[in-house]
Design a binder for this molecule. Structure first.
Ligand code: NAG
Ligand code: NAG
Ligand code: NAG
Ligand code: NAG
Ligand code: NAG
Length: 663
């Protein structure tokens, strides 16, 4: 029973007062960012009217970090934002991917649209969380975003329109881009700073000046038209463009702030920017903290010393900064982008990007603090004159290596195709042309061209004219005929994009045979050559010949590996582990709450992994990446289905690792 004596009351009051004082002391009685910048009401947003930025008439140095919500599980958005804020940053920057938000022509998903990526797409929620975590937001809605993301964020269904000219004022492209931006800005506009939200600046297009060095004309009318779409749809905050100053200012428009993107020579780049825009504040829209890898490259890193030296240089110069990336995340599913390393227009120089977007950034893919994080925190604390309440660094999320599990089921390609819909097709056509997805065609995954009842004499030669987009496996009566991938040199031969008009000898004679060509889309190019470079996927560059006779196909099968389909795959048989493309199944039983983990793919060769219906990402033994991040929110207590689509040579087990491993 409680005893309400006078002494007890005095003691209680004293304790409460002490706690109050301790609390005040701990937080040094500092205002939050929003308290500081909105004190007395909001009269104006971010302004570039002087040689320094003001926000609501108070000086501000933008200290920002890039974090793409679509590369991070929704459950972790708050954690990552708080970690960013705890480093002393006052802003977060994100791109917005058109290809996910309008996944089919005229069909949108902003978090409840029912697409496979639905749970990543509640952009309004992300923007509200940023505000709750005391951060301002810099938004880069594209419509082209680069970002090492599939087709630079453009939806593949655009390719169904003949003569469309993406990233130009061409009518078809502008019509689709405007329709999408109108939908997006309906959601975004109320979340701008002067309307009480978090957004303080919005970028027009992305590195548009670089088109000067690509394969398309610099279309300044396009930038003007885009800007007008922004203004007409309620965007009122500061607009800006971003490019590397030493490349020239081809992508700028009058009345829109030019900013800088670079990695190293801050003094030179900022001096060039200042000369171009002497009466404006200086802003680095992308300061590259690290870099990304293409498959088969060795892993790129950037030293903490270099990183810190240049960051310090930028702030000493008096510029604002956005660190690209501060937290990179993951290229889930089939959504990695690619580069082309030469001027070829036929896929010759194609270089797909790996699954992790760790980027060697201050916060790792799995949300760990790195030495760069601590260096950034120190440098910012030294430069930042405005004292604002800052959260403590959140505790790390536990990560474990689950015990290995056995593969318990297998499905051949034929078994998979039995469970999917085929379409008649005589001559090869790209995946985008298929009559699926409500008239939007196939965007991602694999396309299988099949013919049957053919007689194949001994030593027959199969020839694919042009280049494949991007890899092909040849099956004769279900048996793999093309070579098992063993080395980087193999990528120069039959089966890969690098070889034009490649040929394969089919060996012994076969009658009444079924011939299948399994073609993989390894990610559309996101940078540089989006204009004349044809981004269609599958076989379409030329005919397929058998002993110099044009081969006619019967059917084509899209294998998109969508969540709803993946969850219904059946008829598993016990595994035989023979070579060739097959789907394998393992079950991960989790007794308690799930933890973050990595799947170790070192015993596998090439393919991708599906977890509880969701395509996690691709793997390749040739590297660089050897483990795939599997965050706890994708797992559940109980039985978890893990499927592995392997092109060549399976392992009998699936292993786990605590960490991201590179070759
Ligand atoms: C910047 O200057 C322009 C023109 O003088 C003015 O209309 C605008 O309100 C100013 N913006 C801010 C945010 O102060
Ligand atoms: C804002 O920054 C400018 C440029 O550094 C400086 O001259 C001015 O005194 C600052 N204003 C305040 C209120 O600190
Ligand atoms: C099919 O696309 C049209 C627009 O092209 C859209 O209005 C309609 O809702 C879509 N249907 C489905 C089932 O998604
Ligand atoms: C970066 O720039 C500095 C000079 O500003 C130069 O000494 C250094 O070699 C450069 N580093 C790289 C990796 O280019
Ligand atoms: C996994 O497979 C190995 C080899 O076939 C077998 O010895 C082991 O018992 C299996 N483990 C489980 C959990 O079934």
């Amino acid at each position: 029973m409680a005893c309400y004596s006078e002494e007890n009351i005095v003691i209680t009051v004293t304790i409460i007062m002490l706690l109050f004082i301790v609390d005040k002391y701990a937080y040094q009685d500092l205002p939050t960012l929003y308290e500081y910048y909105t004190e007395g009401g909001i009269e104006s947003g971010l302004s570039d009217n002087k040689t320094y930025f003001t926000l609501n008439s108070k000086n501000i140095t933008i200290l920002s970090g890039s974090l793409h919500y679509f590369r991070v599980p929704k459950v972790y958005w708050r954690d990552r934002l708080r970690k960013l804020r705890a480093a002393g940053l006052n802003s977060v920057e994100t791109y917005i991917p058109w290809n996910l938000h309008e996944h089919q022509n005229g069909v949108f998903d902003f978090g409840n649209g029912g697409s496979d990526f639905e749970e990543f797409l509640d952009v309004a929620h992300f923007l509200n969380l940023a505000k709750e975590e005391d951060l301002f937001v810099i938004l880069r809605p594209g419509p082209y975003i680069c970002a090492e993301w599939e087709f630079g964020g453009l939806p593949s269904w655009l390719l169904r329109y003949k003569d469309i000219k993406v990233r130009t004022s061409e009518k078809q492209f502008m019509k689709f881009a405007s329709r999408y931006l109108e939908k997006l800005f309906e959601i975004i506009s109320p979340l701008q700073f002067t309307k009480g939200g978090a957004i303080i600046a919005v970028q027009v297009e992305n590195e548009y000046g670089n088109t000067k060095y690509g394969d398309q004309p610099v279309d300044v009318i396009y930038l003007e038209q885009l800007k007008n779409v922004f203004l007409q749809n309620g965007i009122v905050e500061l607009l800006f463009t971003s490019d590397t100053p030493s490349n020239g200012f081809y992508g700028t428009i009058p009345g829109v702030l030019a900013t800088a993107n670079f990695q190293n020579d801050s003094i030179h780049e900022l001096t060039v920017l200042k000369a171009h825009q002497p009466r404006k504040p200086l802003m680095v829209a992308e300061y590259w903290t690290g870099w990304y890898d293409h498959w088969t490259e060795s892993h790129h890193t950037r030293s903490v010393e270099e990183f810190g030296r240049v960051l310090d240089g930028i702030l000493t110069f008096g510029a604002s900064v956005n660190m690209y990336m501060f937290h990179g995340g993951t290229n889930w599913g089939f959504l990695n982008g690619a580069d082309v390393n030469d001027l070829s227009r036929d896929n010759k120089g194609f270089q797909p990007v790996i699954t992790t977007y760790d980027y060697n950034a201050p916060l790792s893919e799995a949300g760990d603090y790195t030495d760069k994080y601590y260096r950034a925190k120190d440098i910012i604390a030294r430069h930042n004159k405005i004292k604002i309440k800052q959260p403590d660094m959140p505790k790390l999320t536990r990560r474990i290596a689950y015990p290995s599990i056995n593969i318990t089921g297998e499905l051949s390609l034929a078994d998979l195709l039995d469970q999917s819909q085929g379409f008649p097709m005589k001559h090869v056509q790209p995946m985008e042309s298929l009559p699926i997805n409500n008239g939007s065609g196939q965007s991602y995954g694999y396309i299988i061209y099949r013919t049957s009842n053919i007689d194949i004499p001994r030593d027959s030669i199969l020839k694919i004219k042009g280049r494949v987009c991007d890899t092909v496996l040849v099956l004769l009566n279900g048996k793999l005929k093309s070579k098992i991938l063993e080395s980087k040199e193999d990528l120069e031969g039959f089966g890969y994009w690098k070889k034009r008009d490649a040929v394969l000898s089919l060996g012994g004679a076969t009658e009444n045979a079924v011939l299948e060509l399994v073609v993989e889309n390894w990610g559309r190019v996101n940078y540089g050559k989006l204009f004349q470079f044809n981004q269609h996927k599958g076989l379409w560059q030329g005919d397929v010949l058998l002993n110099n006779q044009i081969l006619e196909f019967e059917k084509v099968f899209p294998l998109e590996f969508k969540r709803s389909w993946n969850s219904k795959i059946k008829n598993w048989v016990s595994p035989k582990f023979s070579s060739g493309p097959k789907l394998y199944k393992a079950i991960l039983k989790i007794e308690h709450e799930p933890h973050d983990t990595y799947i170790d793919t070192r015993e596998w060769n090439k393919g991708f992994i599906i977890v509880n219906g969701f395509v996690l990402g691709r793997y390749l033994r040739l590297g660089s990446q050897q483990t795939l991040y599997l965050p706890a929110p994708f797992l559940k207590k109980g039985f978890n289905d893990i499927l592995v689509f392997e092109h060549f040579s399976p392992s009998e087990q699936l292993q786990f690792s605590e960490n991201l491993i590179f070759t």
